[in-house]
Design a protein around this ligand. Structure first.
Ligand code: ADP
Ligand code: MG
Length: 270
């Protein structure tokens, strides 16, 4: 694996303006992902995680700071279809079949990439939806719709995959089994992945590294290297080496919550 940075984030600060009031979502966030690395970003709700992912993906211009993806700006990386996105809600077009939804990024690619029907088929197989190629979104379960979203994110063969709580809208049972399916997909198709999650187990199980964000404004509290062998199986969740890393993430989350509470009190008292 190449050791230099694929995604570099430096001094990222983002301030939203709401009714003339400034709301700082991110404050001086630095982080990196090496090529082929799986990095999770975990933090409390409202801590700026979605904002961070949108900035990395070139969907939002930050107030200050820089993001570089393979030497390019996120906007250029996105135009070149180097980035795949998966959001919490799959957002499929209801009038298109599953296969057509998967192929959507190719169709809106203005003919830059020649259509490769075979590749689409392989992706659909990989996410386990081979029998449902001609189904419409309303004929699929929530977990299946999210698998369509994974296949769609991969259809342009991007080198970066950005996922914002992709399993967040699923029930607990589906969520856990999808975690292992997703792991298998990733282990077969190594990409540089940034996964936003608020599940400690998910972050530790899937990642090479977990970056912990504080509560708002989001700052990096610290990171935990998940130097556990792959492929990873469900049984690992009960192993001491897994639990020890999960505890470290938990401690950093607690530290991030405390820091902001203190700052909040200081502000309230001034
Ligand atoms: P997270 O994904 O960690 O829950 P977000 O990045 O969605 O956090 O939001 C961080 C903060 O920024 C929240 O306080 C949220 O209300 C605020 N925020 C998010 N999007 C906008 C927006 N478009 N305009 C104004 N404030 C926003
Ligand atoms: Mg969010």
């Amino acid at each position: 694996m190449e050791q230099h940075s694929h995604i570099t984030v430096r001094g990222l600060t983002h301030v939203y303006g709401v009714d003339g009031t400034a709301l700082t979502a991110l404050d001086g966030v630095d982080f990196e992902a090496r090529r082929g690395e799986f990095v999770s970003v975990i933090g409390p709700s409202g801590g700026g995680k979605t904002t961070l992912l949108k900035v990395i993906g070139g969907l939002l211009q930050p107030t200050s700071g820089i993001v570089v993806i393979d030497g390019a700006s996120p906007e250029d990386a996105q135009l070149l279809k180097r980035i795949g996105f998966v959001f919490q809600e799959p957002a499929l077009l209801p009038w298109k079949t599953m296969t057509q939804n998967v192929r959507l990024p190719m169709e809106i690619n203005h003919g830059k990439t020649p259509p490769d029907i075979g590749a689409t088929g392989r992706l659909i197989e990989m996410v386990g939806l081979d029998e449902f190629r001609d189904y419409y979104p309303h004929q699929l379960s929530g977990g299946m719709r999210q698998r369509v979203a994974f296949a769609r994110a991969l259809v342009t063969d991007p080198d970066v995959l950005l996922m914002d709580e992709p399993l967040g809208s699923l029930d607990e049972i589906t969520r856990t089994s999808m975690r292992y399916e997703l792991l298998k997909v990733w282990e077969a198709l190594p990409k540089t992945i940034v996964l936003i999650t608020h599940s400690i187990a998910e972050a530790v199980m899937m990642s090479d590294r977990v970056v912990v964000l504080s509560s708002r404004p989001g700052r990096v509290v610290g990171e935990v290297s998940i130097d556990l062998p792959r492929p990873r199986e469900e049984a690992l969740e009960r192993a001491p080496e897994f639990l020890e890393r999960a505890d470290r993430v938990k401690e950093l989350l607690a530290l991030g919550a405390k820091r902001t509470t203190t700052a909040g009190r200081a502000r309230a008292g001034s």
